[in-house]
Write a protein that binds this ligand. Structure first.
Ligand code: NAD
Length: 473
């Protein structure tokens, strides 16, 4: 998530925006408005630590765009937090939400602390005080700005935020919608954990189903039988690998911090994960070959490469040695602009992070909708659907005098649970976004890559929204 050497992070986002805006016809003023960060709240507040000393905490919340309400974006706890970074991340959220048709403006928050240096009680005090500061300035609320987890934060912090918010706003019926990524017991939604990895899978599967795109890459259509390399066996990498394997792809290599392993017959991500848990390393997995360096995995012969660990791992130096046909950017910023240039020359298709890893924010949107509707997904229709399916199946069996086998019967009868509906909503979202971006690219072949086409998609949607809203006199 860092900037390149000549530009700040925010400036490099602006640069990508400018590159893409050349492929649009919007008025310069509108483009300037879209780029700008509308509201930046920089704050300092004191917190008394366990040793009795008072520490002044530096924190931020940025609302990049209110073309849709509320604003949406994670809260990061990190030593590296600064205003430029939060502004850049907030603007990326605007574009990401627009691309996947999540009706939010972009936002982001950050607290400049290393959470490892604080006790749980201290972290709770910092999080609650930060929330109180946001409430005071009207920077949080289900219709204003809805944070979520990011680096260094998770469901625990989100539960503290919703509790603080609800106690400062007694009687606010929609208070649970003031933050997403909450534990399921506190208004969270089932299906959030695997959302980003599943979104990565849905996005790449849709690309693989496009006959013309696959033909250009010299690949057959469909995910089945494709060889896949995944870097990073964390939340996103693990789930991406799982869904690819379940769809019939072969995970030929997995890379982690300490090394990488290769197996032409395919690896099972969970067996590897358990092996790593037991032995402390991904290496020496039975039946697999150790690779000399973890970065060697990136340069293997394969159909699909999924970097799901860190930023800048594919750059000008190693990009010429990449042999994958498709790169799915599951991590944020895994490929540098220099790598993009190499991919364009070599005809490698890089599916960009800004939309491919949008599964998390998409499911956050579903959580927010659940909170506003005050009902669990599936509660109203599950039983009705099951009863209906039972009747239909019964009729078919009676008329044909044949019995559907048990496994198929269970599948057909099943009424949707919350997780089924969340997965289905995510599938629809990723398929539509992929098609929209590809259509923009096809309509304008001078667009150099899919990343720029994704930006064009975002700019078109945000600009349309601004114009339809009308500009205040
Ligand atoms: P994570 O911490 O769960 O997993 C990252 C994994 O990468 C860890 O297991 C780590 O050991 C491994 N790793 C670190 N250095 C490595 C190296 N050099 N080679 C191979 N593996 C290495 O994090 P995550 O939530 O899975 O996020 C991964 C990436 O995806 C990040 O860039 C993050 O910003 C992005 N992302 C995550 C989400 C989400 O919902 N979790 C959403 C959007 C984007």
């Amino acid at each position: 998530m860092s900037s390149n050497s000549n530009y700040s992070f925010f400036q490099s986002v602006e640069k990508s925006f400018d590159k893409a805006s050349k492929f649009t016809n919007w008025d310069l003023g509108i483009l300037e408005q879209i780029k700008a960060c509308n509201s930046v709240y920089q704050m300092r507040f004191p917190v008394k630590m366990d040793n009795g000393k008072i520490e002044v905490i530096e924190a931020y919340r940025v609302q990049h765009s209110q073309h849709k309400s509320p604003c949406k974006g994670g809260i990061r706890f990190s030593d590296e937090v600064n205003q430029d970074e939060v502004m850049a991340l907030a603007s990326l959220m605007t574009y990401k939400c627009a691309i996947v048709n999540v009706p939010f403006g972009g936002g982001k928050g950050g607290i400049k602390i290393n959470p490892r240096n604080y006790s749980t009680y201290e972290l709770e005090k910092i999080t609650r005080r930060y929330t109180a500061e946001l409430v005071k300035k009207n920077f949080i609320g289900p219709g204003i700005d809805v944070p979520a987890p990011d680096y260094g934060t998770g469901p625990r912090e989100m539960a503290w935020i919703v509790d603080t918010y609800a106690s400062l706003k007694p009687g606010e019926i929609d208070a649970a919608g003031c933050v997403t990524g909450k534990p399921v017991t506190q208004g969270g939604v089932r299906g959030r954990t695997e959302a980003t990895g599943l979104g990565v899978f849905f996005g790449i599967r849709e690309v693989c189903n496009m006959e013309d795109v696959m033909k250009k890459l010299g690949l057959t259509t469909g995910v089945q039988g494709k060889s896949v390399v995944v870097q990073g066996l964390g939340n996103v990498g693990y789930h991406s690998a799982k869904f690819f394997r379940e769809a019939g792809a072969k995970i030929v290599a997995l890379a982690e911090f300490e090394g990488a392993i290769y197996c032409a017959e395919g690896l099972n991500e969970d067996e590897v994960f358990q092996h790593r848990k037991k032995t402390g390393s991904i290496l020496n997995f039975p039946g697999a070959q150790n690779l000399a360096k973890n970065s060697d995995a990136l340069e293997l012969e394969c159909d699909i490469l999924i970097p799901a660990a860190l930023e800048n791992v594919i750059n000008g130096e190693n990009a010429p040695r990449i042999k994958a046909k498709i790169i799915g950017e599951a991590a944020n910023g895994p490929c540098t602009p220099e790598a993009d240039e190499v991919f364009a020359q070599k005809g490698i298709l890089c599916v960009p992070d800004m939309y491919l890893n949008a599964g998390g924010v998409t499911v956050s949107y579903f959580e927010w909708l659940k909170n506003l509707s005050h009902v669990r997904y599936g509660r109203m229709e599950k039983r009705f659907t099951e009863n209906l399916n039972t009747r239909i199946l019964g009729q078919i069996e009676e008329l044909t005098n044949k019995r559907v086998e048990d496994k198929e019967r269970a599948f057909i009868m099943h009424g949707p649970e919350e997780q089924d509906l969340v997965h289905s909503g995510l599938e629809e979202t990723m398929i539509s976004a992929t098609r929209e971006i590809m259509q923009i690219w096809k309509d304008n072949p001078s667009i150099p890559d899919m990343r720029t086409a994704a930006y064009v998609s975002a700019i078109n949607k945000v600009a349309t929204s601004y114009l339809e809203l009308g500009i205040f006199p």
